[in-house]
Structures are given as C-alpha cells and as structure tokens.
Design a binder for this molecule. Structure first.
Ligand code: S3P
Length: 426
C-alpha cells in the first residue's frame, strides 16, 4: 500500500464508534503503570505503531503484560535494565516521556526511533534534565537520538519552560517524582494535561495552579491505573472536517475525550461556521462524550492563541480553510516545524499542489479559500499530512503517496473512510 486514490464524496450521515483510541493517553497508560504498586488495567488501548512501541518498551523494562485483546494488564516490579535498545519508532511523545521516566532509574538505557524521529530536537528535554543532574547524551551534544541515559540522582527544580509542550512538561513531571525535593514546572500557555490528571488519579502529590504545577517526590508507589482510553479527538477531527466540507453531511464522533486542551480545533471549526454540538456522557480522569458535526458554509478565521491545544489538528483544519470563504491566518505556530514533518511547509506545499493560494511565514501561514483541485500529494512520512490530504480528496478526488505512516496513530482510518467514499490502493 504505497499510494491511494480517493474519490469525491457526496452527502453522508454517519455515527462512528470506532475512532482510534487516544494516542497521548495510551502512551501514558503504558508508562505510568511502571510507577504503580499493583496491576494496572487498560481498556481500549490504541493498537497502533507508536503506542505498541511504548508497550514493548515497558515490557523490555521488566513489566509483565497480559493482553486478552480487550484489556491490557500491566504489572511492574520497578524498572529493570533492558538488554535491548528501546525503539520509540516515530513517536516524539514516547522518546521524550521515557527520558523523564528513565533519568532516575537504576541502569543504562538507549532510546532511538525511525529516521524521522532521529531528526527531531531533543534538547528541549535533555537540557533541563541535565541541569538537574541527569546523565544523558546523544548526537549533536544531546539534541538527536539515539539517546543514552545512565540513571542518576536528580535535584529538585523550579523550571520555567519557554514552550507550551506537554511532552516537555510530562518528561519533567516524571523526573520530579524521583527528585530530592519539591519541584515546580511552569509553561507559557497550558498544554494538554493528561499527565497531571492521570498521575493525580493514581495518588501522586501534584498540585496544578494555572500554568504552574508543583510536584512532590513519590514516597511510595502509586495506585494502579484502571482506565478505558477515550477516542482520540485528533483522529476524530479528520471526520469532523470531512462532514464540515461535504454539503448536507453530518457525523457523530462517539466516546471522544472532551478535555478542553484537546478540542480547540473543533471550536475553531465552529468559529468558521460549522454546526457542532458536544454531549458529555462520562467523566473519568477526563470528560468524555460525543461530538456532533454538521456541514455549513465555512468562513475564514485567524488562529493565534492556545496553539498547543490544536497543534496536531492544524493540517486537517487547513483543509477546511481551503474550502472557506476568505483568507485564514495561522500565527505563533513555529512548533509545527518540528513535528513528524515540517508541517508549515508540508501543508502549504500540499495545498499549493491542489491549486490553493498560501503564504508561508516562519511561525505560520495563510490559506486563501478557493477551489481545491485533484493532485498527487506526498505525506513525507507524516500521518497527519497523509490523512488531511485524503480528506481534501472528498471535495475533488486526490492521490496521496507514502501511507504507511497512518499506522502510527489510526490503523482503521481507511476502513472508516470507505463508509464515505471510494478508496483505491495502488
Ligand atoms: C503530545 C504533545 C504534543 C503533541 C503530540 C502529543 C503528548 O507535542 O503535538 O502529538 O502526548 O504529550 P508537544 O509536547 O511537542 O507540543
């Protein structure tokens, strides 16, 4: 499966209960189970490459994993030195959070990933960890994987991060749990807060006050997790855009986390004119519910605040921009340049190939709504770029190449897409 041809869609009405489980929460469920004093039980764990790599790493670190296909049970007797190199595949979340988890563990650990991950910046975690005594190294003075870690004692810290990054925050919170005193971490804007919610739920002594989190070191192991992972709003969003750009269509996305740090892209789509309704049905660690999205003519917007709340959805949102009336603007989004691809250039170049006018800036871009035309777009190994341009194809037909990456986050994407349109693999 190296390329796909998708056809234009006509009106559809769909309720989807099989959106991929949340990637961020699945990674954390596997990792945090290593901090518990008993068996954690995880239902609806994301069975995609990124998160299965994290689960395999947890196994290599000595955890016992039982999996009956429905519930994954993880028990740990503390982190053991692995005989294997720990391969995070394509996942920035995997490698950066494991850095925090392993910096204080007894032993030597080597973390690596695929060719894309090995080019992504790691100093954002290795620098603050080294400042508190962690023994970490990697290529380019600790900026590029493979990274090696020799567990060490960590000093208490007060760290003010310059970037709103949940990966950096989570890495430092995990380090703080084993530091020699009370630690604080603050960030310029609130990033996704699954780590804080889940660790608090497990009994960690962690206090969040606005943008500042205070963490007391663990005196004893935490309570096991017992969680059903909700659907991933970042994956659900592809189908929200599909409904929002296909006249007379609507979709219900079932069982999605409604955590406000994760649904900002739906709010943006709402500001563009789409008809969106949220229906909360549960609240465990996070509010969870259904999101109903209905087509309406879209108008351009500017996106410049709380960028980390929709950073992963900007490629798909940009397809909605291309179908809207007017010029949409994205600002303060320089972080897009260091994602699975340089998403400012992959989005802008992909849209240009489809006949859409754009302007590129260092920290963002503009998209002038117009008529999308069928093109051939390469994903550059980036799952969100691949799925975004496939969704664009619902308007005009599209050929998208380099599709394997979709398995990192949404293995059943095509199965669901086939409910809307014709999909042909080449
Ligand atoms: C994630 C945090 C975000 C996001 C990524 C998942 C997480 O990255 O883009 O897909 O699970 O913590 P940053 O922390 O680099 O912003």
């Amino acid at each position: 499966m190296s390329s796909v041809e998708v056809s234009r869609a006509t009106e559809f009405s769909l309720s989807i209960s099989e959106i991929a489980p949340d990637k961020s929460i699945s990674h954390r469920s596997a990792m945090f189970s290593m901090l518990a004093n008993g068996t954690s039980e995880i239902k609806n764990f994301l069975r995609a490459e990124d998160t299965m790599n994290s689960l395999e790493i947890v196994r290599n670190l000595g955890a016992t994993i039982e999996d009956d296909g429905v519930t994954i049970k993880i028990s740990s007797n503390g982190i053991q030195e692995p005989s294997e190199i720990l391969d995070c595949g394509n996942s920035g979340t995997g490698i950066r959070l494991f850095c925090g988890l392993l910096s204080s563990a007894n032993g030597h650990f080597v973390l690596t990933g695929d060719k894309y991950l090995r080019h992504r910046p790691m100093k954002r975690v290795t620098n603050p960890l080294r400042d508190i005594g962690a023994k970490l190294d990697g290529r380019n003075d600790g900026d590029l994987a493979p990274l090696s870690i020799r567990g060490a004692s960590l000093k208490a810290f007060n760290y003010e991060s310059k970037i709103a990054s949940a990966q950096v925050k989570s890495c430092m919170i995990l380090a703080a749990l084993h530091a020699d005193g009370v630690c604080t971490y603050s960030e310029p804007e609130l990033s996704r807060d699954h780590t804080e919610r889940m660790l608090k739920g497990m009994g960690a002594d962690l206090h969040v006050d606005g943008l500042k989190t205070t963490i007391k070191p663990m005196k004893e192991l935490l309570s096991p997790l017992n969680i059903r992972v909700p659907a991933d709003p970042s994956s659900a969003f592809f189908f929200a855009v599909a409904a929002a750009i296909t006249p007379d269509s609507n979709v219900t996305l079932e069982g999605v986390t409604l955590n406000s740090t994760r649904i900002e892209a739906f709010k943006a789509l709402e500001r563009m004119g789409a008809d969106i309704r949220y229906e909360q049905i549960d609240n465990k660690y996070e509010p969870i519910g259904n999101i109903h999205v209905k087509y309406a003519p879209l108008k351009a917007i500017t996106v410049e605040d709380n960028i980390s709340w929709l950073i992963d959805e900007l490629p798909a949102l940009s397809i909605a921009f291309a179908c809207a009336d007017g010029v949409s603007i994205v600002k303060n989004a320089e972080e897009l340049r260091v994602k699975e691809s340089d998403r400012i250039s992959t989005v802008v170049n992909g849209l240009n190939a489809c006949g859409i006018t754009t302007t590129e800036y260092e920290d963002g871009y503009t998209v002038t709504g117009g008529k999308l035309s069928k093109a051939s777009v390469d994903s550059h190994g980036d799952h969100r770029i691949a799925m975004s341009f496939i969704i664009a194809g619902l308007r005009c037909g599209m050929n998208v190449t380099d599709l394997e990456c979709i398995n990192t986050s949404f293995p059943n994407f095509f199965e669901l897409l086939q409910k809307i349109t014709k999909v042909e693999f080449k």
